[in-house]
Design a protein around this ligand. Structure first.
Ligand SMILES: [Zn+2]
Length: 656
């Protein structure tokens, strides 16, 4: 048959309450409601395979640990399992804390009220919850009762429940409360609901200290949430002795708006919400208590429920209900703190970096793009936030390396490496795990082992270049009190290239330029195009990470090198050799001379390479690395080998 061309012939528009002076739209939620978990009753009733006693027991303990003070535990008159479970809770010492109410449900039928009361007799606090149909559909179609008969039944049952509980001296050890649900409230005549609730209230005689609970269910959600809010406001405004009443909500989720309905209805005056964790329940379920609680939390209001370890909550809920939490369920879903798309990843990564740079602590104001909640607050880790597949961009890859290796890659390297990652993700045809990305990075930039270039031994000394230094002075230390304006660095050391050791020497205005010039004596001609360095870690274990982008002379190939070392100078030398290893066409002509003579030929100061190195390293010192150097210097890790700092005294020259 399919969908009708004109659905209005079959489905009538929900008739809205006329409440033009409604107040709730300008109200706000400023405190948590009283929560009632009905996981073990409404939720359990709806399961294909209901929980066994052990599962209910463990679930109850979890609810108590989370902080629920009102828990509907059973429908004792309907099943012996439920009755026995309730008795076990009451009779086992220490299981039900003194401030936790056990709630039990029964229909308005005298013969079923007695066993319901019996199930909780002897408990510290108990709520007897009775329900009766008030909607015309249920009254007539299901129960064949009119309004007068319904009121009579409700009053008789309330009086009977009262006689068995708070009026019975033998039951005085228990604090008794009473809840009445007009079923289905949202589909009932609002004035008739008021009439029957007034009669029930008169029969129970509540107090301000122990108010009667009027639970107003949207047993089936049939309207937009604003209509439910109107109905709740209408009830709250017209019921008498409002201070002796707790107005409770019980929204179901047939239209997918249960959370919104519960929130708007609280604005409309409700005091209490009944629901289940992750919204289990008949059909589309009850309102989700996790979402409601964490929605409050992210508005700065503690819900009074502790979801610090949401993963163990999910574990128990999934095992007990035998229904998985949807991967995109708010807050709890496996994928909700993950980002796959490149632009989201990039924004999240930048957000976290800005947060770190601002010196934020765990409770500093939260402002991260795409993440309304700090995942750590609910026991989820940052590691899982960004996932990398072939759709991901540089931001995600950079995030993984930042989290796992504490490497803050320069943008150019992010772009270069993300191409390597995408190629790998395409070739394996799936998401790459963080460990795989880390390994790919270490291999691509030779962090574990450089297959071609290895720095075996080196020494960097200072020479004065203002006046040509006599050979006997070359290589001696320059006193710190002397101006370093014209000081130049001399690299002398042994480098293994493709298994052959070379002793080389070069002079430059900084450590990198002196090594680059030393390599030039072997015919390896590299120009530095980009440079960045930063500290890794804190305290005594601080290391330097250095990134150098090089172009090989007479080539358009651009390669990145990465160096990590306790010594900042050595890190930069390793980075240059890492880059050199990745240049594909470097000639091996020099290998004819296994032990190269130390070349004293001074480098032309006007060479482009020197200019580039000068300006880049000076720039990087000024803009990015001052704190690193200070950090390293404070710890005595740089000694006299701080050519980067020396380079600061060289005038800045524009590069490109
Ligand atoms: Zn329900």
């Amino acid at each position: 048959m399919g969908m009708l061309k004109d659905p209005s012939v079959k489905y009538k528009k929900f008739k809205q309450l006329n409440l033009p002076d409604r107040q709730w739209p300008s109200k706000t939620l400023d405190q948590p409601p009283r929560w009632l978990s009905t996981d073990l009753r409404d939720g359990n009733q709806s399961l294909v395979d209901p929980m066994d006693g052990d599962q209910k027991w463990r679930y109850f303990q979890m609810l108590v640990e989370l902080g629920y003070k009102e828990i509907e535990v059973s429908f004792p008159s309907a099943s012996k399992t439920d009755f026995d479970f309730t008795r076990k809770l009451v009779e086992t010492p220490g299981v039900v804390p003194d401030d936790v109410w056990l709630q039990v449900l029964a229909p308005c039928r005298k013969e079923l009220i007695k066993p319901t009361v019996d199930s909780v007799a002897g408990s510290k606090k108990a709520i007897i919850h009775l329900y009766l149909a008030t909607s015309p559909c249920f009254q007539q179609v299901v129960f064949n009762m009119n309004n007068e008969e319904s009121i009579k039944r409700a009053v008789e049952c309330t009086q009977y429940a009262r006689s068995l509980t708070k009026d019975d001296p033998t039951q005085s050890a228990t604090e008794w409360a009473f809840e009445f649900s007009p079923e289905t409230f949202s589909d009932s005549d609002p004035d008739f609901v008021l009439e029957i609730c007034e009669a029930v209230k008169a029969a129970w005689e509540p107090s301000v200290e122990n108010p009667i609970i009027f639970n107003l269910p949207a047993t089936v959600e049939m309207s937009t949430p604003n209509v439910y809010a109107d109905q709740i406001e209408y009830f709250c405004r017209h019921i008498t002795e409002r201070e002796k009443i707790c107005v409770s909500l019980h929204p179901h989720n047939d239209r997918g708006c249960a959370v919104a309905a519960a929130e708007l209805a609280q604005m409309a005056g409700a005091d209490r919400v009944e629901g289940t964790l992750f919204g289990n329940g008949e059909r589309t379920g009850n309102v989700d208590l996790v979402t409601l609680a964490l929605n409050l939390y992210t508005q700065g209001i503690h819900p009074g429920i502790d979801f610090s370890d949401i993963r163990s909550v999910i574990d128990i809920v999934e095992k007990s209900n035998k229904i998985p939490i949807h991967p995109r369920a708010p807050y709890g879903g496996q994928l909700v703190v993950c980002a796959f798309s490149g632009s989201h990843q990039d924004a999240i990564k930048k957000g976290f970096q800005a947060r770190k740079a601002s010196g934020a602590t765990d409770d500093s104001p939260w402002q991260i793009p795409y993440l309304p909640l700090d995942p750590q607050d609910i026991g989820r880790t940052y590691e899982a936030i960004i996932r990398v597949n072939s759709q991901s961009g540089k931001g995600g890859v950079a995030w993984i390396l930042l989290r796992n290796l504490e490497l803050d890659l320069p943008r150019g390297l992010q772009v270069a490496f993300s191409k390597i990652v995408q190629k790998e993700a395409d070739s394996v045809g799936r998401e790459l795990l963080p460990g795989e990305i880390v390994q790919l990075f270490e291999e691509s930039y030779h962090l574990k082992r450089n297959p071609r270039f290895e720095l075996l031994d080196y020494d960097i000394t200072t020479e004065r270049a203002a006046s040509p230094a006599p050979p006997s002075v070359g290589g001696s230390q320059v006193s710190r009190t002397q101006s370093s304006k014209n000081a130049r660095r001399v690299f002398g050391g042994v480098i293994e290239i493709d298994g052959v050791e070379h002793r080389i020497r070069g002079v430059g205005n900084g450590a990198i330029s002196s090594l680059a010039n030393a390599l030039r004596t072997l015919g390896i001609d590299l120009d530095v195009a980009d440079y960045k360095e930063h500290a890794i870690g804190e305290g005594k274990s601080v290391k330097a990470a250095t990134y150098i982008e090089c172009t090989a002379s007479n080539s358009s190939q651009r390669v990145w090198g990465v160096g990590i070392h306790e010594d900042v100078v050595q890190a930069s030398l390793i980075a240059l050799l890492s880059a050199a290893s990745s240049v594909s066409h470097i000639s091996l002509a020099y290998s004819r001379f296994p032990y190269t003579e130390i070349n004293n030929q001074p480098l032309l100061s006007s060479s482009l390479l020197v200019q580039a190195l000068l300006s880049l390293s000076a720039l990087s010192v000024l803009t990015r690395t001052t704190s690193l150097h200070q950090n390293l210097l404070q710890r005595g890790m740089c000694h006299s080998q701080v050519p980067m700092l020396e380079d600061m005294s060289v005038s800045l020259r524009p590069w490109k």
